[in-house]
Design a protein around this ligand. Structure first.
Ligand code: MG
Length: 377
């Protein structure tokens, strides 16, 4: 087994870290970023990912990805890339596991609907919500609100941010005002997210029957690897051929990413996290792979995400979120006690958004029924 390589100079390290908001004694048997990862795994928001939609609503089938299995796949891919490039794989894993914590129920449809409802009250954005969860909403420690994570973990979670919001956030938002790039660890998570969802959406799309293998053969990345899998295993058919193909696609994307990123790192001569922040984006695919990846993405957009059965789910999801928000906003007395208390502290709209964003798919459906169904529950 290869030994764990030493971190490169451009990696984020505990020594170069800006640390935690509330100072804490060093962990005894772990690194600081390992502790962050462990805190994320033990959080309530992390467990809820099990029942939140990625593309398919949670109850549609037992085999489709949920946000939890998606996050675990992202962490696996990101950690492998980080290790190979000698950047901080504990930090990378922590960011990957936390990257979707702030997602609403029902995937992007839920977020868009909640953002519309919040238009006059500061909006809703899942990256910001992920940060809000780890900074504030988790209630697990006596000494502080949230998880009190390391600065670089929090910065990695905050992938996008408007200038106005960045000013409000202070330190953690400063890179958006100073035009600084995210850490390599965060850049890797971002690309690992994309590799994971494109490939598992192919797998889930085929499994669900919403897309057909024949359609996939028009996508060059799929076609190429399907051909090579069939050449190596001439008798391979059906699901096993699909899995062998998807496996090869992930491997090709990761291998390309590693080679291209290593090349850019060498060319740029970056030697510290500060150099990474000042350089152009360093993690990336080669131009050819970038084009193939884009082709795959637009195929999935046109054929899976816009499929009528996914659209029906999307429409229903938007309605549920809008109805819930409308009901609570017109009468805050309908909110559970702890969110009522938060409404008193932070205003009703933000408390309602926190409540809805925290819901799992099935909880949102149940809550909608409790508020709107004519009956006795
Ligand atoms: Mg994701």
């Amino acid at each position: 087994m290869p030994a764990v390589p030493e971190l490169a100079g451009y990696a984020v390290s505990e020594q170069s870290s800006a640390g935690r908001v509330v100072p804490e004694p060093r962990p005894k048997a772990r690194g600081e970023f390992q502790r962050d990862r462990d805190r994320i795994i033990h959080s309530t928001a992390f467990r809820r990912l099990e029942y939140k939609t990625q593309v398919f609503v949670n109850h549609e089938g037992d085999l489709f990805r949920t946000r939890l299995t998606h996050s675990i796949e992202v962490a696996q891919i990101a950690r492998s890339i980080a290790r190979a490039l000698r950047v901080n794989d504990d930090l990378t894993e922590a960011i990957a596991l936390a990257h979707d914590l702030g997602h609403t129920p029902f995937g992007h449809a839920g977020q868009d609907a909640l953002n519309e409802c919040m238009a006059d009250f500061g909006g809703f954005e899942h990256n910001l919500q992920s940060l809000r969860i780890v900074d504030k909403l988790e209630e697990r420690y006596g000494a502080f609100d949230g998880l009190n994570l390391m600065f670089e973990t929090r910065a990695g979670i905050l992938k996008h941010c408007s200038p106005a919001r960045a000013r409000e956030l202070g330190d953690i938002g400063s890179r958006f005002l100073a035009d600084r790039r995210p850490s390599l660890e965060a850049q890797i998570c971002n690309l690992a997210d994309e590799i994971a969802y494109n490939n598992h959406d192919v797998d889930d799309g085929l499994r669900s029957g919403l897309i057909e293998v024949e359609q996939m053969e028009a996508v060059s990345l799929y076609a190429r690897h399907c051909r090579s899998a069939s050449a190596d295993f001439p008798g391979l058919r059906g699901r096993r051929l699909i899995h062998e193909t998807v496996r090869r696609m992930i491997d090709a994307l990761v291998t390309d990413l590693l080679a291209e990123t290593a090349r850019r790192l060498a060319d740029s001569g970056v030697a510290s996290p500060a150099d990474v922040a000042a350089a152009p984006l360093l993690a990336g695919f080669s131009a050819e792979m970038h084009a193939e990846n884009r082709e795959l993405k637009s195929f999935l957009r046109d054929n899976l995400y816009r499929h009528y059965r996914v659209q029906r789910m999307t429409t229903k999801a938007r309605r549920i979120v809008r109805d819930l928000f409308g009901a609570f906003h017109s009468d805050v007395r309908l909110l559970p006690t702890e969110y009522r208390a938060r409404a008193d502290r932070e205003g009703a709209p933000r408390a309602i958004a926190d409540y809805i964003a925290g819901m799992t798919d099935r909880y949102a459906v149940k809550e909608h029924r409790r508020l709107f169904a004519v009956g006795m529950d």
